[in-house]
Design a protein around this ligand. Structure first.
Ligand code: SAM
Ligand code: ZN
Length: 173
């Protein structure tokens, strides 16, 4: 079976201190290199919540206000999963809505993480276990609205959120 997603040959999946399995660099990765590209089916929130999350768990990434990309069957799960955990001190960012790129030079052995604030606009609130010195402890689906994160991740938000941030800034004058 062909994979639905792309993971750089410089990566591998193994046990993570943050949660379950994670994505790790096997060799050095340069800033702005493509690390992974998410593939799957395009589904809306209702479909995700009712039909995909119950059997498959958290397998999606959000690509617009009411659109997600995800596997839809058990067989597709492994073909689509990227295994990138959340960190409040991430080394990956978004380019467009499905490409994960290195936000800085990454050394072999580092876990490859992104911040869900870069991709999510949702109503959840969860405890973070990333262990970073700057951990927010509680993550919410509205963290993309935090001014300090908008500044820190400028250029690395999912394109649909970058558009919203730019529109809000224009309206604010
Ligand atoms: C797409 S999965 C990432 C891969 C996951 N570690 C696994 O083994 O399947 C996302 C899930 O991982 C967990 N997770 C990832 N980062 C986390 C973090 N910083 N704190 C707590 N849970 C996290 C949450 O359960 C979340 O729903
Ligand atoms: Zn954290």
């Amino acid at each position: 079976m062909f994979p639905l997603s792309y993971r750089s040959p410089k990566t591998e999946i193994r046990a993570s201190q943050i949660h379950g399995r994670g994505l790790f660099a096997t060799t050095d990765i340069a800033k702005d290199e493509i690390v992974a590209v998410k593939g799957g089916h395009i589904v809306d929130r209702k479909t995700l919540r009712q039909q995909i999350a119950p059997p498959l768990g958290p397998v999606e990434i959000q690509i617009d206000e009411d659109l997600f990309i995800a596997p839809v069957t058990e067989e597709e799960r492994e073909l689509s999963m990227l295994y990138s955990n959340h960190s409040c001190n991430p080394n990956l960012g978004m380019r467009g809505e499905i490409k994960f790129v290195a936000m800085r030079d990454i050394r072999a052995g580092e876990e490859l993480t992104h911040d869900w604030a870069m991709t999510d606009d949702d109503d959840y609130s969860v405890e973070c276990k990333c262990g970073a010195a700057n951990c927010r402890k509680i993550l919410t689906g509205k963290d993309w609205q935090r001014p300090e994160l908008q500044k820190r991740y400028a250029g690395y938000f999912s394109a649909y959120l970058a558009d919203r941030i730019a529109r809000q800034a224009m309206l604010a004058g």
